[in-house]
Design a protein around this ligand. Structure first.
Ligand code: SF4
Length: 477
């Protein structure tokens, strides 16, 4: 498992907030995501369809799978093998890399085209492939951009949402060997065509295609791939080998269940009724097929997921990776995805990253929330994200993982709060002292105390008496 970078979140927050280009890119993107989803949900209501009922159904399907995950995985394995596919199991990121490289070597692969796969990000697969002499080429446009930039995706469905057009132009000019030119949003189709021309060569020459899967369908042994670009189809049909890497929780029992979830996924992710491409990939090329791989390999990955089954965190395994929670999160849209330090950003990352990489490796993430519950209210499978973040905070306290200074301060406060007479006496002295310090002003500048709060804010000062004193005075009057 690729570990989250310790304390990345706090270390990067200031940097991201001050990054003007990043802020502009984020402010542009947010209303698009939010508006499109809202319109898609409203359009359903106009057709007398109940989005909330669909959310209930989505939650029920995902819970049904998780209740008997081992059974559904067995059924999937049996059906997938019956269609000619090979099924492998990986415990962690290291095993994913070993298995992909082994398959590549068995089939003489020098280049692998890739369609978006978050599991390959969890495993840092591109680095492992490159070290093994196999060239990985990302073909989703956003993934292609971040690969050229040497960066990780910053959003699970819009990997390059943090990039401006100028930054992409500079990258394309450098990597495609041409002079840079001024660009505006009107040039996006031309820039996309340029990337497409470069990628076409890779599609035609790669011996292996690597994808994730939005869902694995147990009854047919198929992988479902939901994309908005044709790259997914190129990656899964042109190379002779297709490797699907996906988490064990991605199973759905039947095609009918898949159809229900497909009413939720594109609407929640991009506000579309249906994505441009929905592919159901079953087995290998059959006789008479004009295209398709002669070898299909499923790598079903645990990487910490099985340990969540039956735990207080199981709800998180319902996630269908739509990105709606981050699209509606004020914290995500203030910082962008890289601040979160690992593969999954936003509220789902604030829960999933500590669970998959260890609570001690992502201490700040469960606190990266305003508690507004925007995420919980839009999640298509009703994952109670704020509740899970609260639980993670409790767990941090129980395991003594919070910083010593914070523990001491909270311990001192708890001691004082348990002695109400002393608390009131001290509070009354503090109120008078602050009033005296402020003089004629309504606020004072506090230095040193809780610097993250007080460096940029002045402390409002009350009338020099505590609430209790004021209340008692009012009752007497
Ligand atoms: S937690 Fe919910 S809203 Fe967030 S990505 Fe997962 S399914 Fe979508």
């Amino acid at each position: 498992m690729t570990a989250a970078q310790p304390l990345t979140f706090h270390a990067r927050v200031g940097e991201k907030v001050r990054d003007r280009r990043l802020q502009q890119a984020l402010q542009k993107a947010r209303p698009l995501f939010v508006g499109k989803r809202a319109r898609a949900v409203a359009a359903l209501a106009e057709d007398q369809l109940d989005f909330e009922g669909l959310r209930d159904a989505g939650e029920e399907i995902r819970n049904r799978v998780l209740a008997d995950l081992d059974v559904w995985l067995d059924i999937f394995e049996e059906r997938a093998r019956a269609t000619g596919a090979e099924v492998l199991w990986a415990r962690d990121g290291r095993e994913i890399c070993e298995q992909v490289i082994d398959v590549a070597r068995r089939h003489g692969v020098a280049k692998a085209t890739k369609s978006k796969s978050m599991l390959s990000e969890e495993a840092d697969l591109n680095a492992a492939l490159a070290a093994a002499g196999i060239r990985p080429v990302e073909t989703d446009l956003g993934e292609y951009i971040v690969q050229l930039a040497g960066e990780a995706p910053s959003h699970i469905i819009a990997p390059a949402v943090h990039k401006s057009i100028d930054q992409v132009e500079a990258l394309f000019a450098r990597e495609h060997g041409r002079p840079e030119q001024p660009r505006s949003s009107a040039d996006i189709p031309a820039m996309t065509a340029e990337a497409r021309a470069v990628l076409r060569e890779h599609f035609l020459s790669a011996e292996m295609g690597i994808t994730g899967a939005n869902f694995l369908i147990a009854e047919s042994g198929s992988a479902a791939l939901v994309t908005n670009e044709g790259n997914g189809r190129m990656v899964t049909t042109l190379p002779k080998v297709h490797v699907v890497i996906t988490g064990i929780e991605k199973i759905v029992p039947t095609l009918e269940d898949f159809a229900t979830l497909m009413r939720l996924l594109p609407r929640s992710a991009t506000g579309q009724t249906i994505s441009n491409y929905v592919s159901l990939l079953t087995g290998t090329r059959r006789e008479g097929d004009g295209e398709g791989p002669t070898k299909t390999v499923f790598i079903l990955v645990d990487n910490g997921r099985a340990a969540l089954l039956g735990s207080p965190w199981q709800d998180m395994l319902r996630c269908i990776r739509c990105g709606a929670c981050m699209n509606h999160c004020p914290v995500y849209f203030s910082l962008g995805g890289h601040a979160y330090g690992w593969v999954y950003p936003g509220p789902m990352g604030s829960v999933l990253t500590p669970l998959l990489t260890g609570l001690e490796n992502a201490l700040e993430l469960p606190r990266a929330s305003t508690g507004c519950n925007q995420c919980g209210s839009v999640c298509p499978v009703r994952i109670p994200l704020p509740k899970l973040m609260h639980r993670l905070r409790e767990e941090q306290v129980k395991r003594g993982l919070r910083p010593r200074r914070e523990r001491l301060m909270i311990g001192a406060w708890a001691w004082l709060a348990g002695r109400p007479k002393l608390y009131r006496w001290l509070a009354a002295r503090a109120a008078r002292y602050l009033r005296w310090l402020a003089g004629d002003h309504a606020t004072i500048r506090v230095f040193g105390l809780a610097p993250a709060w007080t460096e940029g804010r002045d402390l409002p000062v009350g009338p020099g008496r505590t609430f209790h004193e004021l209340y008692a005075a009012r009752k007497r009057a």
